[in-house]
Design a protein around this ligand. Structure first.
Ligand SMILES: [Zn+2]
Length: 161
């Protein structure tokens, strides 16, 4: 029984991973299309300035287009990173090659990979330490901080075994 339900679980995990990856790839393609449209608009704007014999100021004339491009590019970047994560991969911090997410050195350029991104708990602790806490909540916050620190220390120990 367990064997078959395990297979069922694995299959549905794989299916949802593929579905997620497909969605992300669609998002990337969609954004690429939008980027091309904006490039076209920019081109037309530049040429019409030329026809009128006017100068073009990127900051004022193309501000809207450029900030839209920034957003679209950022979304593509995020989607790419998420796809890598789905496949247990990451980018080398030096040469941006695709490498295994647990690799400590890049097989391509040899660069040592720094520690992983902070965990949720580490981020929570940092937020707690950097925020203003009302005096009556100080004690409670200190307790939570201690708990978080302990849990993080335990996790780090487990990872190093
Ligand atoms: Zn590298």
């Amino acid at each position: 029984m367990g064997f078959f339900s395990d297979i069922g679980k694995k299959t549905s995990e794989t299916t949802s991973k593929i579905a997620r990856e497909t969605k992300l790839k669609m998002k990337i393609n969609e954004n690429k299309g939008k980027i091309n449209d904006i490039y076209k608009e920019i081109g037309e704007k530049v040429y019409s300035k030329h026809v009128k014999g006017e100068n073009l100021d990127i900051k004022t004339d193309l501000n809207e287009e450029c900030s839209k491009l920034d957003t679209l590019c950022k979304e593509i970047e995020d989607a790419r990173i998420e796809i890598l994560k789905l496949n247990q991969k990451k980018l080398c911090q030096n040469c941006s090659a695709e490498i295994e997410s647990n690799a400590q050195f890049c097989p391509k350029c040899g660069q040592k990979q720094n520690e992983e991104q902070p965990t949720v708990k580490e981020e929570a602790l940092e937020k707690l330490e950097n925020s203003d806490i009302a005096p009556e909540k100080q004690e409670e916050a200190a307790e939570v901080k201690e708990e978080l620190k302990e849990e993080i220390a335990n996790e780090t120990e487990n990872n190093n075994q």
